[in-house]
Design a protein around this ligand. Structure first.
Ligand code: ASP
Length: 334
């Protein structure tokens, strides 16, 4: 059943019938002099690190990469970098991008293998090439040229989960039991006290994806967009939906037009729901049968996040310290 619909949500075009949660904490302007970082729910350590680095004088984009690098190297995070879940052939292929919202520059790598820190390689693409995107073996060779070590990224835990997925694929082969499709990502948006902004999104992509599949995380405008004259946005969840709606770009443009961060994120989720026309992607009530989360940090330091489905939290560090905040949503999960 729908919950209370805020006036602002109606203004953002949320249709009648779509439930919209009141964000637990309404965005408010940060006092000057405080670095701010916003991340997905798995990014509590990332936001703390990013704020620490930006306070020490790093550029916001560098600070964001420092933040997400923690998750990339964490074997317990099965959604990012080392320890992530592999493609359908049991091979890890990672995606990441970075964006410097002050200089208007971005860099990304897609489907890179055997490199633990795709976000750091994306940063090198931005800073040390005349390109914005490198994929596959070319990205790997570029990383090696920059001294990134070749590493086996498939942990035993991830291999076992891949095997269990493979065994459950069909009852018409000789592999035996199952697991759900899953994925995950970390996005980190960071603002320095002087208003400069930067961000990074990094992922191992959807678990058990087709080899060569690239999600939204390395696509500037889909998994991340930063323009410090308006704000920054990042996305997690079904990447195909974010690519097809330019979701992060859309959220930033909403903020440029004056929307509060939570409303900008809701508007992007709403667009995704509206554009989900295929029956196979919708539930019995016509709602998206998948989830997407959009995280927003506006140029004035206010922040918010929204998802298609209820239940998530985002991580933030601002004047009130590091904590997790409930994400607004379009539809209530029952
Ligand atoms: N957005 C990622 C992708 O589609 C996955 C995720 O966030 O779960 O590759």
């Amino acid at each position: 059943m729908p919950r209370i619909s805020r006036r602002d949500l109606l203004a953002a075009g949320v249709a009648a019938g779509a439930a919209a949660a009141l964000p637990r904490q309404l965005a408010r302007a940060a006092p000057p002099g405080v670095p701010i970082s916003v991340s997905s729910g798995n990014g509590l350590r990332a936001v703390a690190k990013a704020c620490e680095r930006v306070a020490a004088g790093d550029r916001p984009v560098h600070a964001a990469v420092e933040g997400v690098s923690i998750n990339e190297a964490d074997p317990e995070d099965t959604t990012v970098g080392y320890g992530g879940l592999p493609n359908e052939e049991g091979v890890m292929e990672l995606d990441a991008c970075v964006m410097d919202g002050t200089r208007g520059l971005g860099g990304s790598v897609g489907g890179i293998r055997n490199i633990m820190h795709p976000s750091q390689v994306a940063l090198r693409v931005m800073e040390r090439t005349d390109h914005a995107m490198l994929v596959g073996h070319g990205a790997y060779r570029f990383a090696r040229a920059h001294g990134f070590p070749h590493q086996d990224l498939l942990t035993e835990k991830a291999r076992e989960r891949w095997l269990s997925w493979k065994e459950g694929l069909s009852d018409r082969d000789d592999w035996l039991p199952p697991e759900n499709k899953e994925g995950g990502t970390i996005t980190c948006l960071t603002r320095a006290v002087d208003g400069r902004m930067g961000g990074s999104t990094t992922t191992s992509g959807l678990a058990f994806k087709l080899p060569g599949r690239i999600g939204d995380s390395p696509v500037i405008g889909a998994g991340l967009y930063v323009d410090d004259t308006a704000g920054a946005a990042g996305a997690t969840g079904r990447g195909e939906a974010c690519i097809l709606t330019c979701a992060s770009f859309l959220a930033v443009e909403e903020m440029r037009r004056g929307a509060a961060p939570t409303d900008a994120a809701l508007a992007a989720c709403k667009r995704i729901a509206d554009r989900t026309r295929e029956k196979r992607l919708r539930d019995d009530d016509g709602r998206p049968a998948f989830n997407v989360q959009i995280y927003c940090l506006r140029k004035d330091g206010t922040h918010g996040a929204a998802a298609i489905w209820s239940g998530g939290k985002y991580a933030v560090q601002d004047a009130d310290g590091a904590r997790k905040i409930e994400i607004a949503h379009l539809f209530e999960r029952t």
